[in-house]
Design a protein around this ligand. Structure first.
Ligand code: PLP
Length: 259
């Protein structure tokens, strides 16, 4: 029989510049040998310098996309990215609750450019409705600060925060330390068993990291769709992102992640 590609779903938002968001997810899924399908929560008018406008889908339209996808595709794993509002988060959560699949939640809040990608009032829906359904959450330090009420500012604080996030939401946590200063980058994976796994790597200079969070969570999702165990999926995805940053694409005077 012909081998079938595993199907990975991204519930997220369009970045018109294609460096982040659903476009980065699709490029990553394809590069990681998964078939990517998408349910759009919103559209952004964006380039790597910033976002000027956000156009949200109606919750009904997000629901219709998800229903149409689930009716046809054998979805093996899903990720969520920028979901923007309480209503869209709750729509995504209601769909995910009915699926028996691994789900990676990237709790996207603010872009590197400073643009708000999650409405202020939507944090409650994120923490009560969506995070508890996740297999893995992938906050950066600023997102962890919003979720915990304090920002982890050192490797020691990162270890404690990763544990605490895992305990609080009952899901594994990949706490991304890229925003700490220094030449060494540290990401910490806290499993629900209580085990901590540290992934350290040298910082790669002179590359635009726009879209790196989307790329990492999409690569983890692709590996989970292929049936890999969580720790293995995270380590493989981390190596994929590093390769993309080490030999970037040069476009419009900047260096971007290669997929
Ligand atoms: N735009 C969209 C649609 C996104 O989903 C994200 C991140 O998830 C971003 C922009 C921000 O990307 P970055 O912070 O990597 O620039």
């Amino acid at each position: 029989m012909v081998k079938q590609l595993p199907v990975a779903l991204s519930i997220a938002t369009s970045d018109s510049g294609c460096g982040a968001g659903i476009q980065a997810d699709l490029l990553t899924f394809a590069a990681c040998n998964a078939y990517g399908i998408t349910a759009l929560a919103a559209l952004t008018a964006q380039n790597p310098d910033g976002v000027t406008e956000i156009e949200a889908m109606s919750p009904g339209f997000l629901r219709a996309q998800l229903a149409q996808l689930a009716a046809y595709y054998p979805i093996k794993a899903a990720k969520t990215g920028m979901l923007f509002s309480s209503e869209l988060i709750e729509t995504a959560a209601a769909f995910i609750a009915k699926q028996q699949i691994a789900v990676v939640v990237d709790p996207v809040m603010v872009a590197t450019s400073g643009a708000r990608l999650l409405k202020e009032g939507a944090i409650h829906s994120l923490t009560t409705k969506l995070l508890p359904l996740a297999t893995l959450i992938t906050p950066n330090l600023d997102e962890a600060a919003v979720l915990l009420g304090r920002r982890p500012n050192s490797p020691v604080e990162m270890r404690a925060s990763a544990h605490e996030l895992t305990a609080r939401f009952g899901t594994a946590t990949l706490l991304k330390g890229g925003h700490l200063p220094g030449d060494e980058l540290l990401d910490i994976l806290a499993l629900t068993s209580g085990k901590l796994i540290e992934i350290a790597s040298p910082r790669i200079p002179d590359v635009d990291t726009h879209g790196s969070g989307c790329t990492l969570s999409a690569a983890i999702t692709a590996e989970l769709a292929k049936g890999r165990a969580l720790t293995d999926a995270v380590q493989t995805a981390h190596a994929y992102l590093r390769r993309g940053l080490e030999r970037p694409l040069h476009v419009a005077g900047r260096a971007f992640i290669r997929h």
